[in-house]
Design a binder for this molecule. Sequence first.
Ligand code: F6R
Length: 248
Amino acid sequence: MKVIIVKNYDEMSKEAAKIVSDQIEKNSKSVIGLATGGTPEGMYKELINKRLSWKDVTTFNLDEYVGIPKEHPLSYYTYMYENLFNHIDIKHENVFIPNGNGDINKNGKEYDELIQKHNGVDLQVLGIGENAHIAFNEPGSSFTAGTREVELTESTINANARYFASKDEVPKTAISMGIGTLMKAKKIILLASGTKKMFAIKDTIEGPITEKVPGSILQKHPDVTIIIDEDAAKALESRMHLACACEE
Ligand code: F6R
């Protein structure tokens, strides 16, 4: 596990965008796994500004809410078009986002098969929840699960309520890539910023590998880079020994 500590959110976004753009420049046909939420928004802005070509790139998103139409203003489908796809030259047919309507577990199985058909994800971008969830794999999720319907915890519903008119409107379930699915990605980057994430980051990097801390499984992946700002690094005991790119 490589850990990069940077000064703030903007530096985290730049560092992450550089890794994604290097991947696409190295292989124009890359398969990139993408996340939603507040954390990657800055990275998407940086990527748009780089004006690189995505015309041969394929993307697979981590998750989607269950039971809201994909055109809903708060669906992850809408998020991805607004934050990235409307601003780059990606082909609509190369964009894959889990389908949160219909037979969810069937959709999940087909999604995993589709990823395999594309020879897997070359670079997966992850955020992390305050409870250390990755994608929507909440504490207790199996480390071997594939894409499937998952229940969101109270903590995740509360965290996501900021986007909805009220907490009651936050969907209670989602379709999410499983940990078994995302651990197959060839390379993973995980981004986190802010003190709200500091304990999730500490447990992910320094804690025991346990299903109670979904992020901790990343310790077993052969190629993971964790990019965090100083606030998210605050609880790390090992932070003094880690390279900090936080020049004044
Ligand atoms: C989003 C996802 C989630 C988020 C996590 C952090 O596709 O899979 O795991 O990465 O909930 O969300 P933010 O970035 O909003 O703090």
